[in-house]
Design a protein around this ligand. Structure first.
Ligand code: SF4
Length: 276
């Protein structure tokens, strides 16, 4: 856990929320805030609803009664059906989860009731801890967000998340245990991860690891995200700043260029990533 973060324990009223994300009926967010502190995180808009004065990545609320609230919902008269996604505005496996085990207890509840198919999206290798519970779920899939294999880039842009090689090691372990795994390359980082070298390295590594389902998304240029990224690019990656500016000012032309590059690299590597 980041030394700066002192988690606050809170009580929640509900644990299962409806979601408009295509393909999912519900989402589960056991924490408020995210210590992974990704600079491109657009969930940072949550800051204004939490009452926290601190920046995104510097606060964390732990919903300590979350598993109990979930059990109450699943045992109610109207039983939920479909797919639930962990998580949408936080990472259910951020460092505090190693201590609090709120996500694991919630998965135990989901395994007990066998009502929902569970999909997890994370940037943490900690998910492998819960393999025995994942195997008892009605159905389960795990997605790992991996934006780059370059540890220096990841350290700057996703400072609190597991290093990319550890996410891949966790992906491998889950796959060996029979859990379906996919990778989400999101966002593509202009001038950093979307270069020919960056794409080749990432796609080759994923392919060698045995990952066949790869989804990709572009950067969402929310003003706060752009502000944080430009500062980081200026400081750490000044050579890539023109690419970021080009993407921000001419997104359609930029995306055409990247899609052409991606097609070439994918063909060479022998994989078929898709844009969401
Ligand atoms: S892991 Fe996800 S929710 Fe957490 S800071 Fe990064 S992008 Fe945001």
């Amino acid at each position: 856990m980041s030394a700066k973060i002192v988690p606050r324990e809170i009580l929640c009223k509900s644990a299962l929320s409806k979601t408009g994300i295509p393909g999912y009926e519900y989402c589960i967010n056991p924490y408020v805030g995210c210590a992974h502190a990704c600079l491109y995180c657009y969930a940072s808009f949550m800051c204004r609803f939490t009452g926290h004065q601190k920046q995104w990545g510097e606060f964390l609320d732990v919903k300590i009664n979350f598993p109990a609230a979930l059990a109450k919902r699943l045992s109610g008269r109207t039983r939920p059906e479909g797919k639930v996604l962990l998580s949408t505005v936080t990472d259910a496996y951020q460092p505090a989860e190693a201590l609090y085990k709120i996500t694991r207890s919630s998965l135990e509840v989901l395994a007990e009731y066998q009502l929902l198919e569970v999909h997890i999206l994370t940037k943490s290798a900690l998910v492998q801890r819960d393999l025995p519970v994942l195997r008892r779920l009605r159905a389960c899939e795990v997605g790992f967000t991996i934006t780059t294999m370059d540890r220096n880039i990841a350290r700057v842009l996703e400072p609190g998340a597991s290093p990319p090689h550890l996410r891949l090691a966790a992906a491998r372990q889950l796959m060996q245990a029979g859990i379906p795994v996919w990778v989400f390359i999101a966002p593509l980082l202009p001038g950093l991860s979307d270069t020919e070298e960056g794409l080749t390295s990432l796609l080759q590594t994923l392919h060698k690891t045995g990952i066949r389902e790869i989804l990709i998304d572009y950067l969402n240029p929310y003003p706060a995200v752009v502000h944080r990224l430009k500062s980081a690019y200026r400081r750490y990656f000044p050579g890539a700043l023109p690419e970021l500016e080009e993407y921000l000012h001419h997104p359609v032309i930029y995306q055409d260029k990247i899609e052409g590059r991606l097609n070439q690299v994918s063909e060479l590597v022998g994989c078929r990533p898709c844009f969401v």
